[in-house]
Design a protein around this ligand. Structure first.
Ligand code: GYE
Length: 305
């Protein structure tokens, strides 16, 4: 656990605290829209009057300067969705020097909890990869040729989702062969382009594992453009839980989605409140994620974002 005394900050009343939120990726992606909205809603709910928000638009150097700018503007508590697991050190050091607690969400830093940051709130990414592999084995019968659309590099989300998936296939489905792995940068358009190339180079592909829904939806378009039936000729499994991907399951064009819940607001602010009032908080808080497939997608689409 980590308490305010260990961290070297001072007790504060959350509603009177100036809070800064640093978003990492553009809000053209549903995960980021839902995440930022959840932080805004929870800030209002907690009575926080001063919420500063920034978006690094995929640039690590901008995320460093965003955090530094918010510190200069008087932020007293920071919530950071890190772009990468490394590289924020200068900004974290400055927060630390100013006694400003940093709560991290959704991607985990390679840094020391309760020293470089207070706590990490997020999913178990390795487990998401394991569950995606299990869903893939289910929908393919454990046979075929699978392509992986990797997320961006430099973060533990991509490595966890890849390792969990690949290791589970090796152990449980030796006849489901990984024939290609390429990054689609967590982006729909890049996912589509990469999938087009992969289908040309490997016409025998029968399944795609996309490390987020946006790339899975890009793959869906590429599969159709190649004259194949997504969800049938080429199975699709991905991670997030966006409305469009869950709807595609309902429509029969997509096979499964492992949830990665972006709604961190309530947990981030309740953790902040605990910490600021002097109570110790765990340095790692793993959230529970659901799962969508043809058995529940229609009923649970209301949970999608
Ligand atoms: O799954 C993906 C986003 O870091 C958990 O980043 C997050 C991931 C999310 O680009 O859609």
């Amino acid at each position: 656990t980590c308490s305010i005394a260990d961290y070297g900050a001072e007790e504060m009343d959350l509603s009177e605290t100036v809070v800064g939120f640093s978003q990492s990726e553009p809000e053209s992606a549903p995960f980021r829209v839902a995440e930022t909205q959840s932080i805004r809603d929870a800030a209002a709910e907690a009575g926080v009057e001063d919420l500063l928000t920034t978006n690094a638009n995929n640039q690590l150097s901008k995320q460093v300067s965003d955090i530094q700018d918010m510190l200069a503007q008087g932020a007293e508590l920071l919530i950071v969705a890190p772009l990468n697991s490394d590289g924020l050190e200068p900004a974290l050091a400055q927060a630390r020097d100013q006694g400003v607690p940093v709560i991290t969400i959704d991607r985990k830093l390679n840094a020391e909890p309760c020293v470089d940051y207070v706590t990490f709130l997020g999913s178990d990414f390795y487990d998401q990869g394991v569950r995606a592999a299990e869903a893939m084995i289910d929908t393919t019968g454990g046979e075929g040729q699978v392509a992986i659309l990797l997320g961006t590099s430099g973060n533990n989300v991509t490595t966890g989702r890849t390792d969990g998936f690949v290791e589970t296939l090796q152990e449980q489905a030796p006849d489901l062969e990984v024939v290609a792995q390429q990054t689609g940068e967590f982006s729909r358009s890049t996912g589509q382009q990469v999938m087009e190339q992969l289908l040309q180079a490997n016409p025998g592909i029968t399944a795609v594992y996309a490390e987020n829904d946006e790339m899975g939806l890009g793959a869906l378009t590429a599969i159709q453009a190649a004259g194949k039936d997504p969800g049938q000729d080429v199975k699709i499994v991905s991670i997030d839980g966006t409305r469009n991907a869950v709807q595609a399951i309902v429509d029969g064009d997509y096979n499964a989605v492992i949830e990665s819940n972006p709604r961190f607001g309530p947990l981030a602010f309740s953790t902040a409140e605990q910490f600021l009032s002097g109570e110790p908080v765990p340095v790692d808080i793993v959230i529970e994620d659901g799962e969508y497939d043809e058995s529940n997608a229609a009923d649970r689409i209301g949970d999608a974002f």
